[in-house]
Design a protein around this ligand. Structure first.
Ligand SMILES: [Zn+2]
Length: 94
């Protein structure tokens, strides 16, 4: 196998990696996509989707929410927790 073939193989692998990363990065903020869907502290059903099984708030990296809505979401979840509409810690954790 010569150097050129090796380089081609390396480039191919690089492309595949970039495609994978692009697919991972492509996450749309559900609040930006649907303009009628806004962050509401009373909507615990939706808010609970942005918390982990243990009751922790998901990061932007995992949920794909934009920075603006993440800030609103965090405040809404904390507000709901204060009103005992959401749990701080789930019953699952020991
Ligand atoms: Zn957004």
């Amino acid at each position: 196998m010569n150097a050129r073939e090796l380089k081609e193989r390396r480039d191919k692998r690089k492309d595949q990696r970039n495609q994978k990363n692009a697919a991972l990065k492509h996450k749309n903020c559900p609040f930006c996509e649907d303009k009628t869907f806004f962050v509401d502290y009373r909507d615990t059903k939706r808010l609970s989707k942005f918390t982990s099984e243990q009751g922790r708030i998901l990061t932007r990296r995992t949920s794909g929410v934009c920075a603006l809505h993440q800030r609103q979401l965090v405040n809404a979840i904390k507000h709901a927790r204060h009103l005992a509409m959401l749990t701080f810690v789930s019953d699952m954790t020991r």
